[in-house]
Design a protein around this ligand. Structure first.
Ligand SMILES: [Fe+2]
Length: 289
C-alpha cells in the first residue's frame, strides 16, 4: 500500500525548530544523516519529518513509501504519462531504499521510496503523534494538480469543496489536498494522534507551552477528522488530527454543493474558532524550490 510517509523541509535555525518538534509537539528524534535531522512518530515509518538548514523556508519533498512493486508501478505510470522521473539507487535517510522523484505542476517534489524492511512501531502513547496523515498544499491551479496526481501517480480525488480538492493514495480519505490560492506553498502538515483524546491532550500540552490553537478543536466535514491547528515557531502550520475516515472505490466524490456549512459553522461541532489574521500568512511561508 502506498502511504504518505514524510515531509522534508528546509529552513533557517533548524535547531530551534527541532527543539519545538520534540517538545511540546511530541516527535521523536530519529538521527541525523547527510546534514538532515530526522524525526519519527510511534507508527511504522522510519521518520515522518526531516529538516535541513537553509537561508529561506522551503518544502524540499513530500515522501511516499510502499513495497518495491508498488513503487515500481507508480514509476511506470509516471513514465507512461510522459512525466520526467528522476531515479535514485539509495536514499540518504534512515531506512534507505531506492526510488524516484517526480515534479508536480508547481514545482512540488514527490518522492517515492521502496521499503524492503518493515519498521517496527514504537509503544503507543496517548498524546504522541503516530505519523503524518496528510499535507495540504496551496496551489494556483488546483485542476492541474488533480490531473497530475491522478494521471502520473494514480491517486484518486475523494472530495472537492469550494476551498480545496482532497486526494487519496489508499483508503484514508486524503493524503494530500490542494487549496485554491494565489501562491504555491505548504498550507499545513497534519500529525495523526491515536484518537480524539490524544488530539485534546496535545492541544492542552501546546497551550501549557504558550501556543494557542489557531483553529480548533473541531471536526472537519470532508474526512470527518478531529483537528487542532497551531502556528509553529518556524512559521508553518501544524495540525493534530485523529479519526480520519476511510473510503473505497464506491465512494461518491463530493462536490462543493455537498460540503456547505450552515451560517456560523466552520466545523461539525460548531465550537471551533479560526484565527483569520495569522493563518493566511503562515500558509505561505514554505514554498517549493
Ligand atoms: Fe488538515
Amino acid at each position: 500500500m502506498i502511504r504518505l510517509r514524510s515531509v522534508e523541509l528546509a529552513l533557517p535555525r533548524v535547531q530551534v525548530a527541532a527543539e519545538f518538534l520534540q517538545s511540546p509537539w511530541g516527535l521523536i528524534p530519529a538521527g541525523t544523516q547527510g546534514g538532515v535531522l530526522f524525526f519519527r512518530g510511534t507508527g511504522s515509518h522510519p521518520y515522518i519529518l526531516s529538516l535541513r538548514e537553509a537561508a529561506a523556508p522551503a518544502v524540499r519533498a513530500i515522501e511516499f513509501s510502499g513495497t518495491p512493486a508498488e513503487v515500481a508501478a507508480v514509476q511506470a505510470r509516471g513514465s507512461a504519462a510522459g512525466v520526467p522521473v528522476e531515479k535514485f539507487a539509495e536514499l540518504d535517510a534512515p531506512g534507505g531504499g531506492s526510488g524516484f522523484v517526480v515534479e508536480g505542476p508547481e514545482k512540488q517534489k514527490y518522492r517515492f521510496i521502496a521499503e524492503t524492511a518493515p519498521v517496527a512501531e514504537l509503544p503507543p502513547e496517548r498524546d504522541r503523534p503516530l505519523q503524518i496523515t496528510h499535507a495540504v498544499l496551496n496551489s494556483v491551479d488546483v485542476a492541474a494538480c488533480e490531473r497530475f496526481v491522478e494521471t502520473a501517480l494514480g491517486f484518486q480525488v475523494t472530495d472537492r469543496t469550494k476551498m480545496m480538492t482532497f486526494v487519496r493514495c489508499n483508503r484514508k480519505h486524503h493524503a494530500l489536498a490542494y487549496a485554491h490560492s494565489d501562491v504555491s506553498s505548504l498550507n499545513h502538515i497534519a500529525f495523526e494522534m491515536n484518537d480524539v483524546d490524544g488530539v485534546m491532550r496535545g492541544i492542552g500540552r501546546m497551550r501549557d507551552a504558550g501556543y494557542d490553537v489557531v483553529w480548533g478543536p473541531g471536526r472537519h466535514g470532508p474526512g470527518d477528522n478531529v483537528f487542532g491547528y497551531f502556528i509553529a515557531p518556524f512559521g508553518g502550520i501544524v495540525e493534530y488530527t485523529a479519526e480520519i475516515s476511510e473510503v473505497g472505490d464506491d465512494y461518491k466524490v463530493g462536490s462543493p454543493e455537498d460540503w456547505k456549512w450552515p451560517p456560523g459553522r466552520i466545523d461539525q461541532w460548531g465550537i471551533s474558532t479560526k484565527d483569520g489574521t495569522r493563518i493566511p500568512a503562515a500558509e505561505r511561508v514554505f514554498r517549493f524550490i
